[in-house]
Design a protein around this ligand. Structure first.
Ligand code: COA
Length: 332
């Protein structure tokens, strides 16, 4: 039966899981590849190491492992999943969608499946979309996956980007629940900033040719300084918008779980929001920036570490290529 606004369901996070490939790349490993130093990387980014999936592993494989844990954590079977949304900028291939590949591999035969491309904001966008499907009664259990193999699109000759990124996956099940309830969301985009962070070739604008390969156009490009400035302003705005929409103030945020882009960005966002360091979740030191998987893995680890008491306000906030930005407020 079609639901009216009055009959909207309470929607929450009913299961969580993540997967990090075991191989680590330390800063000293990178010193052997490019002209950089452990000291520079730590002080300018806060990153000590990041993970690297082996050559035969694709994003879907990482997503599958995280999904299995999340489904088990929710006490469900793969057949109980109605929809899979995968957020990734490193899909296994242009099509089919990585969500469809995951659907097949985990045996979620009753699920529809599609991908979201919102770069580092992808997991936040995907949770917000999932929340709408469940709140209207369209679906009961939505599997949301952030899965990335960024080491496959990083230019290992470019010291300004290769030190920043890593591989991993996180997943959650969005379902009917009064616990870990999604109580507000905010999403935005500014396409005029798309050139600041992109992967130029391989699409319909610049299909693969010998020349695009020679010019290294199949690797991620970034104007780091510009991205840095926008990231600080826009993540603070997104978190603030999402929390104010429901009549709360930034001071009511018990834990901010931001996209793990750069420790200096996170500290600047915290300062803008007036939050002390203990109210910011950080795992960038261990994993670097995993794009859509960053907020996903951070949400899982924040939960495992019991960083929030029941009833606390958790804000997931992200920013990324597109440009895109968004936030989700969860009443723990
Ligand atoms: N090792 C050593 N030196 C490096 C380096 C590295 N890995 N990368 C850049 N440098 C150098 C630069 O060449 C520059 O040298 P110069 O002064 O001789 O020209 C110097 O360090 C300063 O470069 P700059 O780009 O101003 O550094 P920064 O402090 O802005 O840090 C980033 C660079 C990329 C770490 C930073 O801009 C950043 O984090 N940006 C946002 C990235 C991001 O969040 N992206 C994802 C968004 S979802």
């Amino acid at each position: 039966m079609k639901q009216t606004g009055d009959e909207m369901q309470d929607v929450g996070i009913i299961g969580l899981g993540c997967y990090l490939p075991p191989e680590k790349i330390t800063n000293s490993d990178l010193e052997k590849l490019v002209d950089t130093s452990d000291q520079w990387i730590i002080t300018r980014t806060g990153i000590r190491e990041r993970r690297k999936a082996s050559q035969e592993v694709a994003s879907s494989d990482l997503g599958v492992e995280a999904s299995k844990v999340a489904i088990k954590d929710a006490g469900l079977n793969p057949e109980d999943i109605d929809l899979i949304i995968t957020a990734t900028i490193t899909p296994d291939m242009a099509f089919p969608a990585t969500a469809c590949i995951i659907q097949d591999k985990i045996g979620a035969r009753n699920a529809a499946a599609f991908d979201i491309n919102a770069a580092c904001t992808g997991f936040v966008f995907a949770i917000n979309v999932a929340q709408l499907f469940v709140s209207t009664g369209t679906y009961n259990n939505v599997l949301v996956v952030g899965a990335e193999k960024l080491t496959s699109i990083v230019d290992w000759t470019d010291r300004s980007t290769c030190v920043l990124f890593g591989d991993g996956a996180g997943a959650c099940i969005v379902g009917k629940s009064k616990d870990r309830r999604i109580i507000s969301s905010f999403m935005g985009a500014d396409g005029s900033g798309g050139h600041l962070l992109n992967l130029p070739a391989g699409g319909s604008r610049l299909p693969a040719t010998e020349e695009t390969v020679k010019k290294r156009l199949h690797f991620l490009k970034m104007e780091g300084n510009e991205v840095f400035k926008v990231a600080v302003r826009i993540m603070a705005e997104a978190a603030s918008n999402a929390i104010k929409k429901i009549g709360l103030e930034c001071n009511d945020i018990d834990l901010l779980i931001p996209h793990q882009a750069n420790i200096r960005i996170l500290m600047a966002v915290a300062k803008r929001l007036g939050l002390s360091e203990d109210r910011i979740f950080m795992n960038i030191e261990k994993y670097g920036n995993m794009s859509a998987a960053s907020t996903a893995v951070a949400l899982v680890e924040a939960s495992q570490e019991n960083r929030v008491k029941k009833g606390g306000n958790v804000v997931l906030v992200a920013f990324g290529g597109g440009l895109t930005y968004g936030a989700t407020v969860i009443k723990w």
